[in-house]
Design a binder for this molecule. Structure first.
Ligand SMILES: C[S@@+](CC[C@H](N)C(=O)[O-])C[C@H]1O[C@@H](n2cnc3c(N)ncnc32)[C@H](O)[C@@H]1O
Length: 268
């Protein structure tokens, strides 16, 4: 597909899925969509537009393809160890209970991982974990605490599974003590308002296909949504360009701390 065809395709994709491709890197997106259109519509952009406009199932599949919901508990365990041993103790020394946002949380493994660590470090305190995603289908699983397959818990020990999950017919559901800390909500990072006053924002493996402009704007809004001294936790393969200008200082791989003063106020 050439760029002119891509431009014509954008409104049809927005109409069918609500996703505005204007925020995504065009070259990668064209390449990914070419492969997808080959698979579902024999390579014809016209047939593809007709398909997603007339078949709700095809529109849902496209949305799933565009958003990629891959996730797991304690994904990238080393980073979670740093969160548990360095970042959260610093935050808990300042505030007895924490307000955390898992943005782009997929099926809930990430916000539940955070709640489990908080309950380990500072039990029985009213920590709040906001779990949001664009995709209502994955959020349903998060809202129900699962059920998750044993393979999705591969980074947890048997003792952790016994402690945090209830087994039902070979599947695992997160227990009530953890679920009560997590609020699940649909939210589009590229269009909706941000809450503020967070001690920690976790946004990992979500923005990889976003354009540099969209990422910069988003990072400024994340900075404004954090308390001064609050932390931003990103994916292992991601970096924050212009961290200092946005109002972040890099602390270690994947972790940035909001500086006391920032020039922007974009949380609203
Ligand atoms: C690869 S998953 C990452 C899940 C989790 N953060 C992790 O690292 O395991 C990416 C998630 O980002 C969500 N997402 C993509 N674009 C989004 C947007 N504009 N607003 C909110 N969520 C979005 C997708 O629906 C998907 O569930």
């Amino acid at each position: 597909m050439n760029e002119a065809e891509y431009e014509r395709l954008k409104p049809a994709i927005k109409g069918a899925t609500g996703i505005d491709l204007g925020f995504y890197k065009p070259r990668q997106m064209i390449r990914r969509l070419d492969g997808y259109i080959n698979r579902v519509a024999g390579g014809s952009v016209k047939d593809f537009v007709n398909l997603i406009g007339s078949d709700p199932g095809a529109a849902t599949s496209l949305k799933e393809f565009l958003t990629i919901n891959v996730t797991e508990f304690f994904r990238d365990p080393q980073s979670w160890k740093s969160l548990e041993s360095e970042v959260l103790p610093e935050l808990l020394a300042r505030s007895p209970s924490l307000k955390v946002w898992s943005a782009g949380c997929s099926q809930g493994a990430e916000p539940f991982t955070i709640a489990m660590i908080l309950e380990t470090l500072a039990p029985h305190r009213p920590h709040k974990v906001l779990a949001t995603d664009l995709d209502a289908a994955v959020l349903e699983r998060a809202a129900n605490g699962g059920p998750y397959a044993r393979t999705e818990l591969k980074n947890l020990s048997d003792a952790q599974i016994d402690r945090w999950f209830v087994e039902q017919d070979g599947k695992f559901r997160v227990g009530k003590d953890i679920r009560k800390r997590v609020t699940v909500m649909r939210h589009n990072l590229l269009a909706d308002r941000f809450e503020s006053g967070f001690d920690l924002i976790v946004c990992r493996n979500v923005v990889i296909y976003f354009s540099e402009e969209a990422k910069r704007d988003l990072n400024e809004r994340f900075a404004a949504a954090l308390k001064p001294g609050g932390y931003f936790f990103i994916g292992g393969t991601e970096t924050l360009l212009d961290a200092g200008a946005i109002g972040f200082e890099r602390r270690s791989t994947s972790f940035y701390r909001r500086t006391p003063e920032i020039a922007v106020a974009k949380a609203a």
